[in-house]
Design a protein around this ligand. Structure first.
Ligand SMILES: [Zn+2]
Length: 240
């Protein structure tokens, strides 16, 4: 615990649009932003916190705004994520929905860190940001592993929806992110690599391909090392 240090995230909740009230309540009651701030603070110290605005985005997704140097998180994504899981026949999925939103906050925070700390990025910045989210979530606890699995599952479901909609033939809107399926596989690989003995069930053609699985422990070690190197003096290793 480093409670006396300044927070790394300075978040505020805007008044939600009527339809988003339930989603706004969900994020507040769950304390998702507090949790994100605390977890990121385990890895990095900042002289000035990153501003985070949680708001109704009216169709745009959560993002990092480099002009304003602030993270924007959208209330609507709570409902969107819930719909995604509901499509699989699962009922209430509060834990999974919260995990996906937390992962989104961490991903966007990574973009903010790359910008404000002028970090040297290993590979594509989008992948690097996903790796930061994995790094923060996989804190060695079973809860962390479940959360990253939920986030990966959301990407997998989202990829499947896109396929079903026949959008895989290049008509998909251009997006700087890796295709959803690829993001899912990467995250499955990190969960598996962080604790191979516990996630054998993830290996499969639709989740983590058997040919990639054996290399995931090393991939995971590299992810940790790359981020610690990039963060340099601003970073710290919670496990050190
Ligand atoms: Zn991104």
């Amino acid at each position: 615990m480093r409670a006396r240090e300044p927070a790394v995230l300075a978040y505020r909740f805007e008044e939600p649009a009527g339809a988003d009230r339930g989603d706004a309540r969900f994020l507040r009651v769950r304390g998702l932003l507090e949790e994100a701030a605390e977890a990121v603070g385990e890895w990095v110290g900042l002289a000035r916190p990153v501003p985070v605005v949680v708001r109704s985005c009216g169709g745009e997704g959560s993002s990092y705004d480099p002009e304003e140097q602030r993270v924007e998180i959208c209330y609507e994504e709570v409902s969107e994520t819930r719909d995604l899981f509901r499509g699989t026949g699962r009922g209430r999925a509060d834990e999974e929905v919260a995990a996906v939103l937390l992962e989104t906050v961490l991903h966007e925070t990574a973009h903010a860190l790359v910008d404000v700390l002028a970090l040297r990025v290993t590979g594509r910045e989008e992948d690097f940001a996903d790796q930061f989210a994995a790094l923060v979530l996989l804190d060695g606890s079973a809860v962390g592993e479940r959360r990253l699995r939920a986030a990966a599952e959301a990407w997998r479901l989202s990829a499947r929806l896109t396929e079903d909609a026949g959008e895989t033939d290049g008509k998909q809107a251009p997006d700087e992110h890796a295709p959803d399926h690829e993001r899912a596989v990467n995250e499955y690989c990190y969960v598996y690599g962080s604790a191979p003995g516990r996630h054998g069930d993830l290996v499969g053609p639709d989740t983590l391909p058997a040919e990639r699985a054996p290399g995931c422990a090393e991939e995971w070690t590299d992810v940790r090392a790359d981020w610690l190197t990039a963060l340099g003096p601003a970073g710290r290793d919670p496990d050190a």
